[in-house]
Design a protein around this ligand. Structure first.
Ligand code: ZN
Length: 75
């Protein structure tokens, strides 16, 4: 087996020898996947404390905010 499948875009990714972002096909897909994991970690289901009345935390994540981390790495 000389190729793997990119977990992000399902395309064939090169081997680790020639691909620094293995098992992803590119560094971009690697960043996208990392962002997904971070988002899911932050999305911890509330209710573990059992406190009712603190549901007013309308903070940074309001809906579908795209992970635009790849756009900020320009300079
Ligand atoms: Zn990919």
């Amino acid at each position: 087996m000389t190729s793997a499948q990119c977990p992000t875009c399902r395309k064939a990714s090169a081997t680790r020898k020639t691909n620094a972002a293995f098992p992803f096909c590119s560094a971009r897909c690697k960043t996208v996947d990392l962002g997904k994991w971070l988002n899911e970690e932050y999305r911890v289901p509330a209710g573990a404390t059992g406190e009712s009345g603190e549901g007013d935390e309308s903070g940074t994540s309001d809906g579908n905010v795209p992970t635009g981390s790849s756009d900020r790495e320009l300079s």
